[in-house]
Design a protein around this ligand. Structure first.
Ligand SMILES: [Zn+2]
Length: 286
């Protein structure tokens, strides 16, 4: 049964998708080298088309943080995303973590991704999200590079404790990271001793949907702020090829509850109002 429409006056939250294939996630970087990407069976096109259909059915627009590598191989897919009214944003070119790069390499990677995406879509790209939320205290120059490359906002911080990413002491809501550049962190709920993830990732698949709904409602009602949520195309694909040579923890995180993802996303779309990151956070009302 469809949920009742959310009240018209309720806060509009921001929905985002990190456009990468299942073999490009950082946790698989050891078993699958970048040089092997070209030989991998790709699933991203069918998964993005599934997501586009889901969003079109609910008249929702979102922001797609897309790898330049994907855009070069699937230009028609990129145009389908843009033509449907979604915001095209950048996830860098080849999913290098910012923390693994020198300043010059990072600037070149994010500049190339922006140019490739703009060339294909014919529209300016304003947003950037670092792979694996890899803007941390270790690379304070990263925000300057993102601004220098011409982006207007970044969404590269998840203010939580996590073994692969996270900057738990970063602001929980949008802030000016450097002059001319806004950072829009993934949403969290403030707990007694730590922030709890509320904006997607494996937590959304692992934990009951009701907890995610409670968290986003709390951000909207108690903090009186829009939430920012993200997910990946491979998360809606229970039939994706299994990557061999990975540890138990990586396997669990990547494959847990893939079957539940689409039904949970449908509920999430029905329970809240959603729009593109640029429209929610750059319009000056967030
Ligand atoms: Zn990514």
């Amino acid at each position: 049964m469809m949920a009742a429409n959310p009240p018209a006056g309720s806060i509009v939250n921001a929905l985002s998708i990190d456009v990468e294939d299942y073999f490009q996630v950082s946790a698989f970087a050891t078993p699958i080298a970048r040089a092997d990407w070209d030989g991998m069976p790709c699933r991203v096109e069918q998964n993005i088309d599934c997501i586009l259909e889901l969003l079109a059915g609910r008249d929702v627009r979102a922001t797609f943080f897309t790898l330049g590598w994907i855009a070069e191989r699937y230009p028609e897919l990129i145009r389908r995303i843009a033509d449907a009214g979604h915001e095209l944003a950048s996830h860098g070119f080849a999913h290098h973590r910012a923390t693994d790069q020198e300043r010059g390499e990072f600037l070149a990677d994010i500049s190339l991704a922006k140019a490739v995406l703009e060339d294909i879509a014919g529209k300016p790209v304003q947003g950037y999200r670092a792979p694996s939320f890899s803007v941390t205290h270790a690379n304070p120059w990263a925000f300057n590079c993102i601004a220098e490359a011409g982006y207007r906002y970044s969404s590269s911080i998840y203010p939580i404790h996590h073994d692969h990413y996270g900057m738990p002491d970063a602001p929980r809501f949008a802030y000016e990271a450097t002059p001319g550049l806004m950072e829009v962190p993934i949403s969290t709920v403030k707990g007694l001793f730590a922030n709890w993830p509320a904006g997607g990732g494996g937590y959304f698949r692992l934990l009951p949907y009701s907890l995610s709904r409670w968290s986003i409602r709390r951000i909207n009602r108690v903090d009186a702020r829009p939430a920012l949520f993200y997910f990946h195309p491979w998360e809606v694909d229970p039939d994706q090829p299994r990557v061999p040579g990975t540890g138990a923890r990586t396997r669990f995180r990547h494959y847990v509850n893939l079957h539940s993802m689409l039904p949970k996303l449908r509920r999430l779309l029905d329970d809240f109002r959603w729009d593109r990151v640029d429209r929610v956070f750059l319009s000056g009302n967030a």
